[in-house]
Write a protein that binds this ligand. Structure first.
Ligand code: BGC
Length: 717
């Protein structure tokens, strides 16, 4: 932007969202007109009464101190002779005090950040001349109908308010060097979900059930009189008695208050979002009916690329929950959850889920942007925080969280085959590995430091969220793993990685010396999966034995769970992998399905057998992490495995692992190199495999391995 200055209100607008306005005339024939714009906050730009784009919650969420995305809209066809551009700016992620559990100083600092816009209308006339109308003091501002808008607390909108009493905008001194072109996917309203039922609860509440947990907002459509109000709260589940419940949102109010104008009208929040399945109507003029409501799903515009269908309806519901979990948490950055007073870019959650995410949807662009934020946030010493963008007062580096710096780029490269992300991130990956070397209290291991360990592991000592696996064990295992990924990335980029190869050897030796024995399920899993166990087969056998002796129950948390089935399947314990996968009792993937889940839960038993809740303070019903089991379904059960030497599925290994209890399975991936489909079904005790590939494949079925050209193949086994 050549001329634009940041403009803000001439006095603080408080909770009310300011509308910035520019009226301009176009007297000559237009060839092309573009609007470039961004805001401190989130904005909605409306030209001559129409939104300039279906991008919502622009400019999205980046490391605002260093990177602020600028959007470019083609407005050629929207122009008239006399034009009126109005831009409403809400607090968004930028000047909301969030998150709930940070300190007051940070909350105040963020809440006091100014709201501003900066932009240019660039008019190119048919005669070749150009005109730029840039934000400056000639723009005006007024209070708009959005009386309150905040990420966690919701929105208040007064449809009787027309912006009036326009005042001159003021310049705001804010760095322009942070402006970057839009990098990520645009955020859009991607789908509508119609409510299933209006419930009258035992407590006498009126609750609308959308039948599906979604992230976005509710559109209301009604006939009303000016001044009447619609007011509602959001919730994910009903409590044991069937009453509305949202204590698990913690301090997030998730509240909407709409003041009606006269007549037929439609409204949905414009500058915020919620994670919910239910809304409780606190006020509604007249008798609410299903037709008054629609759920609007808001998500980064990622395209679905992975599909799984099985012979088991509960597993199919689980798959649906995983897909919805991703849609609900891929709103510009990968978040832990969309509802409570967090919704943060937890790095650990993202690395746990990145493989599944990249198979389910095309998330290359989405992750490229977020990885750039990881680099931007990375500390001078190479430390990577547990949350990116950083919104925590103390954002230390934890093993398996900071490792997102190496794991995510590597996975995005493998899935999509584009080395650009490795070259973009190589320095950051290297700084992360070097950081561990400088932070450890023992050379060639990662000992000491603050870690989340095997977060939510079921072998946690009472009162702790951390599983019993040793912090030093997990941290050192991830040190080895990240160093290995750095070496691979460096080699692809043609770099000399000898120094890190030597380091990796030293880490493996030190690890083996220091940790000759493994204690927990997760320790066994990491030792095998990261290639650290001297005898991986024996270690996997011991793991299988441990699990069986424990009643075929998982004890793993965030760190062990993503790999447990992979390890069992790879080392001859496929039966046990399916035992765990198809288990219906707690703890298992299907237990929440049996309890009516429509997304993945943070805790296996978020709702316990008797219908009571696991807890109120940490109980999200839309936390994608355990949805990472989908990558086992694609890679092991259906057997579609990317090959490191042919990234982007240029060539694919197909090695399905069927199990009669599932009946049938079909997985389909739309890759950069074409569609690949692998399926099997049991027919009279025999397995019929069907593989369709648009790229060359190496098929491993019935103990033989065959290289095949693209085509359609069936086998019996
Ligand atoms: C988040 C997690 C996150 C964790 C870190 C939680 O509050 O919701 O998913 O990774 O904190 O320990």
């Amino acid at each position: 932007m050549r001329k634009a200055e940041y403009i803000t209100t001439s006095r603080p607008a408080g909770d009310i969202c300011p509308v910035f306005r520019k009226m301009f005339s176009v007297s000559k024939q237009i060839q092309k007109a573009e609007l470039q714009m961004t805001a401190l906050g989130v904005y909605e730009a409306v030209l001559n009464g129409k939104r300039v784009s279906d991008y919502v919650l622009a400019p999205g969420w980046t490391t605002y101190e260093k990177r602020l995305q600028v959007q470019t809209y083609d407005i050629t066809d929207m122009l008239r002779e006399e034009n009126d551009l109005q831009v409403t700016v809400g607090k968004g992620w930028f000047s909301s005090p969030m998150p709930g559990f940070t300190n007051d100083e940070d909350r105040t600092r963020r809440a006091e950040r100014p709201r501003a816009v900066v932009g240019e209308i660039c008019l190119t006339y048919e005669d070749g001349s150009e005109e730029i109308i840039a934000t400056d003091v000639a723009w005006e501002w007024a209070e708009g109908p959005v009386r309150f808008s905040e990420i966690y607390d919701g929105e208040a909108y007064d449809a009787t308010v027309e912006p009036a009493d326009w005042k001159k905008a003021e310049l705001l001194d804010w760095p322009k060097e942070i402006l970057i072109p839009q990098e990520g996917e645009e955020i859009r309203e991607i789908e509508r979900v119609l409510p299933k039922e209006i419930i009258h609860t035992p407590a006498g509440e009126t609750v609308v059930d959308f039948g599906q947990e979604i992230t976005g907002y509710v559109e209301i459509c009604l006939d009303a009189k000016a001044g009447e109000q619609v007011e509602f709260l959001h919730g994910e589940v009903l409590d044991q008695q069937g009453n509305f419940y949202n204590d698990n949102y913690r301090t997030a109010k998730a509240h909407v208050l709409y003041t009606c104008k006269d007549g037929q009208q439609t409204y949905h929040p414009v500058l915020t979002f919620f994670g919910f399945r239910y809304i409780k109507l606190v006020q509604f003029p007249g008798k609410p009916a299903l037709e008054n409501f629609a759920g609007i799903v808001v998500c980064s515009d990622i395209r679905q690329t992975g599909y799984i269908r099985t012979g088991d309806p509960m597993v199919n519901q689980l798959i649906s929950n995983i897909i919805w979990g991703q849609k609900g948490n891929f709103l510009d950055i990968p978040t832990d959850c969309p509802q409570r007073d967090e919704r943060l870019g937890w790095t650990g959650d993202a690395q746990v889920f990145v493989k599944t995410a990249s198979y389910n949807f095309d998330v290359e662009k989405f992750f490229v942007k977020w990885m750039h934020d990881i680099s931007a946030e990375q500390r001078a010493d190479g430390g990577v925080g547990v949350v990116v963008p950083n919104y925590l007062p103390v954002n230390d580096s934890s093993a398996a969280w900071g490792d997102a710096a190496t794991i995510c780029p590597w996975q995005i490269y493998l899935t999509y085959g584009n080395p650009q992300i490795l070259s973009d991130q190589f320095d950051s990956m290297k700084k992360w590995v070097d950081f561990i070397g400088s932070a450890t209290t023992t050379p060639d291991l990662w000992t000491g430091g603050q870690h989340f360990g095997d977060w939510l592991g079921l072998d946690a000592p009472s009162g702790s969220y951390k599983g019993s696996s040793r912090d030093d064990f997990i941290a050192s295992a991830f040190y080895a793993y990240s160093t290995g990924l750095l070496i691979k990335a460096g080699k692809i980029l043609g770099k000399d990685m000898t120094e890190y190869e030597t380091l990796k050897d030293r880490i493996v030796s030190a690890f083996r010396r220091t940790f000759p024995d493994y204690t927990t399920q997760t320790e066994h899993i990491l030792a095998v999966h990261f290639g650290l166990a001297e005898d991986p087969q024996k270690t996997a056998d011991v793991l299988a034995e441990m699990i069986r002796k424990d009643g075929s129950r998982m004890r793993t948390g965030f760190v062990g769970t993503p790999y447990i089935l992979h390890v069992l399947s790879e080392y001859g314990h496929g039966d046990l992998a399916y035992d765990l996968f198809l288990r219906k009792a707690y703890p298992s993937w299907l237990y929440p399905v049996g309890k009516g889940a429509t997304t993945i839960w943070e805790h296996w038993d978020g709702i316990m057998e008797d219908g009571s809740f696991w807890s109120t303070d940490m109980n999200s019903f839309n936390h994608y992490a355990y949805g990472s089991v989908a990558d086992w379904i694609y890679e092991k059960a259906a057997g579609i495995r990317p090959m490191e030497e042919a990234p982007g599925f240029e060539r694919v290994m197909i090695a399905p692992m069927p199990d009669e209890r599932l009946g049938s399975l079909e997985a389909e991936l739309h890759t950069r190199n074409g569609v690949i489909r692998s399926g099997w079904r049991y027919v009279d005790g025999c397995v019929r495999y069907e593989i369709t590939a648009e790229m060359p494949v190496t098929i491993c079925v019935n103990g033989t391995k065959k290289d095949m050209e693209p085509g359609k193949y069936t086998f019996w086994g």
